[in-house]
Design a protein around this ligand. Sequence first.
Ligand code: SF4
Length: 226
Amino acid sequence: MDMNATLVQIEPTIESDKLAVLLGGNKQRRLSRSINTKVTTLEQSLDRLIQPRLHYRIVKAKTKDDATVHLEDGVEFRSAKLSRALRDAEKIVCFIGTIGFDVEKEIGRLLDEHKLSEAYILDAMASVAVEDMVEQFHQDMEAKCRNESKTATFRFSPGYCDWPITEQKKLFSVFDAEEIGVELLDSCLMEPRKSISGVFGIAPPGSAPHNPCLHCREKNCTARRT
Ligand code: SF4
């Protein structure tokens, strides 16, 4: 199997309303003036520290049944909701993105110096940054698909919805771990910590993306898509 992945480098942006959700902003998703001042200062550090890198591979989907997506290279993803969402997909985009280690080192340094609020805010900013990078990647791929009259499905990550986190191992098996610069720990968490892995499908013209959230009764899910 050809394990070569494509590398893209996307500069993330920190959207203040998303940051406000993580940092407990008010109902209008606004941060207090004191937090805003710290965010502005830390933005310069973050720009210097992040090394955005996202690798992806496009693998043909072989079959899908009620609970499993079978890829042509033998990998099987087990999740009923994922299988449903990818039901029309001919190809599956597997991706792993990270913003690197340096931001974590800086968070550790701030903690060592007992600058707890700066460490907490920088951690939240890094979370928003890696999510934004992955979202931009997904939107770019959606636009490319639209240009070819195809459809990109919603994206999923192991550990969310009904896709167990242990399936990270299968997703990582699609990549050459050394090439992507992200390590999968025994706990199935990733290192660097600010990394996101996932999949979405590419479906032929005329397919409508299936959003499993529309029929899901899970009340407390933070990943719900409207
Ligand atoms: S609401 Fe949450 S659990 Fe339900 S389908 Fe959507 S992502 Fe999955």
